[in-house]
Design a protein around this ligand. Sequence first.
Ligand code: B12
Ligand code: SF4
Ligand code: SF4
Length: 314
Amino acid sequence: MADKLIAMRIEEEIKQKAFSLGFDIAGITSAADIDSKQIEKYKHWLNAGFNGQMAFLARNTEQRFSPVSILPGAKSVICVAINYKLAKPAAKGSLKIASYALYPDYHKFIKAKLSELADFLKNKDKNLKFKICADSSPIIEKVLAMRAGLGFIGKNRLLTNPQFGSFLLLGELVTNLSLKPDSPFKGLSCGSCRKCIEACPTGALSDEDFDARRCISYLTIEHKGRIPAELKIKMNSHLFGCEKCLLACPYNDKSPVCEKQKYGFAARKAELKPDDVLGWSKKDFEDFAASSAMKRTGLCRLKRNALICKKNRG
Ligand code: B12
Ligand code: SF4
Ligand code: SF4
């Protein structure tokens, strides 16, 4: 009975701790394998070649749907999300950079905060085993978050929460703790809305599928080498990433702005012109991108993107 009472209390304590660390949403799901229908969808997506050059997505396919393969003996997954909606868009005329890249690298930020959550849990259970994930692990994060009750997956293929919208970054703490799971998200979804599909400049999104090879985020961040001429023009002024399908979403109209300065998660301003980037030395790039997720893309690809943006401006 006492055990049961402790078990009932700890889930709430975990969520309160997660909020105190700066996360906006937290939920718990079991570490059971994800519904095989999702695996089928994923395989269909890969077979269509929609992953483009992202060969890493075709590795460890089954593992992505099985938290236990990430941590043998796992029982639960604590899913968290942090809101990164900016107060204001960048000044007109400057190159477009996805908002998340203006913050300190979220991979490091979320991992550090989840380590603090793990320390908190270790104080309660010395036998705690855990694995922290934030984008970098082979695990299907949006589907897990949906199962932990954080929101629904929208037609823009992003986890969307009715209160916080979809400017959310996700992280997970997979653990051997046996926790009471939250109910999977149910209720609100996109309905008949198609605003993101209509706003996508390249036709990457459709009701049925998502062709990452056409997505400006993929083209500017992941794709190596030449970009097909037809898509170059559609890249417009996008230097790094794209969020047109987020900006079009009504759930992001009324969602709150990120106010995480006290946690060290604050966005900076970046008002760049194509020639600024084209003139960068390796050191200039490192100074600019040192703490941001942009660092991974490297100077060569950024210069390629800046040249395309310059040509698009005529
Ligand atoms: C590869 C990848 C990309 C690729 C492919 C994007 C994609 N949608 O798959 C590229 C480089 C294009 C990309 C872009 C972006 N990404 Co990204 N990306 C990932 C990564 C590493 C894997 C995603 C994946 O497995 N894709 C393969 C496809 C098949 O999977 P899927 O979309 O998850 O599909 C499943 C579900 O959608 C599902 N499904 C279930 N229910 C429903 C319901 C509906 C209605 C639909 C349509 C589908 C659906 O079916 C599929 C099979 O299970 C994840 C991190 C992770 N490990 O999960 C981050 C992640 C998805 N990216 C993220 C972000 C922030 C972005 C960008 C916004 C960045 C930017 N501004 O440029 C854009 C958004 C583009 C977009 N509209 O998706 C966040 C999204 C957070 C959120 N709120 O959902 C994640 C979760 C990283 C993180 N830890 O926060 N990304
Ligand atoms: S990120 Fe941009 S290009 Fe990619 S699906 Fe969204 S709107 Fe389309
Ligand atoms: S814009 Fe509309 S269709 Fe797209 S994710 Fe938002 S609610 Fe869904």
